[in-house]
Design a protein around this ligand. Structure first.
Ligand code: PLP
Length: 284
C-alpha cells in the first residue's frame, strides 16, 4: 500500500483509509471549498508561503472564513513529521465550508500527504502532447464577474478533469485552455510558460487564471540565470512561433509540451534542461 498521511487542521492525525468526512460536507456536496497541492522534496515543502497565501486568497474569493495560516503551518509540519514514504511527497491542503445546514458550521480542513503518481514522473521525463480547448470565457470577464471564481482554486475541478479526459480521447495528455479570440489561459492544473529567444512569457492572472507558484519560481530562477521574463497576454500563435512551450505546476514541476494540437513543436530539450536547472537552483 503506498504511503499516505492524513492530519486534520486541529492537529488530529487520522487514518487516510477510513471514512473521515461527513456526507453533508459542502466540499463534498458542492465542491464548495478550496485546496492547494504542494510538492515536498526531502522533507522540505516548496513554495509553502505562496501556497498558503493563495489558499487564503481563494478562501476570500469564496467568502470562506479566513484560514488560520499558523494552524496550516502546524498541520503541514505534523504531516512532514509522520511521513515515512519516498523522497518526494504530494501534500494536499483542503479547506471546505463544512456541514450543510449547520448555522454554526466550522470549515473542514485537512492535509493529506501521498506519493507522487507514476504518470507525473512520466510527464516530467517525456513531456506531453497538449491540445487547445476553448474555455468559453473572454479574457476580460474575470474582473467583471467575480462569482465565477476565475483565478481561485476551488475544489470543483470536475470541468478541469473532464478537459484532461477529452485530451486523452484525442490522443494527448494535457490541455491549454483558450478563448475564442485565440488568447491563451492556462492548463487544467498548470500554468503556461513560453520561451522565445532569451525571454520567458506567461499570461497575466488578471485574465482569470490562477497565479502559479511554480511559474513564479521558474521565473525567479531564470532571471538569475540571465533570462528576461514577461507577464503579458499570449495567443496560440505565439506558442507555435516560440522556441518552447512548457506547463508549470507544483508536482509535475516544469513539463515540456512537445506536440500541440497534433503538430510537433520545435525541439526544446536544451531550453528545458536550462530552465529545470534554474528552477531546481531555487531549492539547492
Ligand atoms: N493553474 C491551475 C488551474 C492549477 O490547478 C494549477 C495547479 O494545480 C496551476 C495553474 C499551477 O499552480 P502551481 O504552480 O502553484 O501548482
Amino acid at each position: 500500500m503506498p504511503m499516505r498521511v492524513l492530519v486534520f487542521l486541529d492537529g488530529t492525525p487520522a487514518d487516510p483509509d477510513a471514512a473521515q468526512i461527513k456526507v453533508d460536507d459542502l466540499g463534498l456536496l458542492r465542491g464548495d471549498g478550496v485546496f492547494e497541492t504542494i510538492l515536498v522534496v526531502d522533507g522540505k515543502p516548496r513554495e509553502l508561503r505562496p501556497h498558503l497565501e493563495r489558499l487564503a486568497r481563494s478562501a476570500a474569493m469564496l467568502d470562506l472564513p479566513e484560514p488560520d495560516l499558523a494552524a496550516w503551518d502546524r498541520v503541514v509540519s505534523l504531516v512532514l513529521e509522520r511521513w515515512a514514504g519516498g523522497p518526494e511527497m504530494v501534500l494536499k491542503l483542503v479547506y471546505t465550508r463544512g456541514s450543510d445546514g449547520d448555522p454554526a458550521a466550522v470549515p473542514t480542513g485537512f492535509a493529506l500527504g501521498s506519493e507522487v503518481a507514476p504518470s507525473t514522473l512520466k510527464a516530467r521525463a517525456d513531456g506531453v502532447a497538449a491540445i487547445t480547448l476553448e474555455r468559453g470565457f473572454p479574457p476580460d470577464l474575470a474582473e467583471r464577474a467575480p462569482w465565477l471564481l476565475l483565478g481561485a482554486k476551488p475544489l470543483s475541478y470536475a470541468m478541469n478533469m473532464a478537459a484532461v479526459r477529452e485530451a486523452g480521447r484525442r490522443g494527448a495528455e494535457d490541455v491549454i485552455f483558450t478563448a475564442a479570440d485565440g488568447s491563451v489561459f492556462e492548463g487544467p492544473t498548470s500554468t503556461v510558460v513560453l520561451a522565445k529567444g532569451r525571454t520567458l512569457y506567461t499570461p497575466p492572472s488578471s485574465i482569470g487564471i490562477l497565479p502559479g507558484t511554480t511559474q513564479a519560481a521558474v521565473f525567479r530562477g531564470a532571471e538569475k540565470a540571465g533570462w528576461a521574463v514577461k507577464v503579458e497576454p499570449l495567443t496560440v500563435r505565439d506558442l507555435v512561433e516560440g522556441d518552447g512551450v512548457f506547463m508549470a505546476s507544483s508536482v509535475r514541476k516544469l513539463t515540456r509540451v512537445h506536440t500541440l494540437d497534433g503538430e510537433r513543436l520545435p525541439d526544446s530539450a536544451a531550453v528545458y534542461a536550462e530552465l529545470v536547472a534554474a528552477y531546481e537552483g531555487e531549492y539547492a
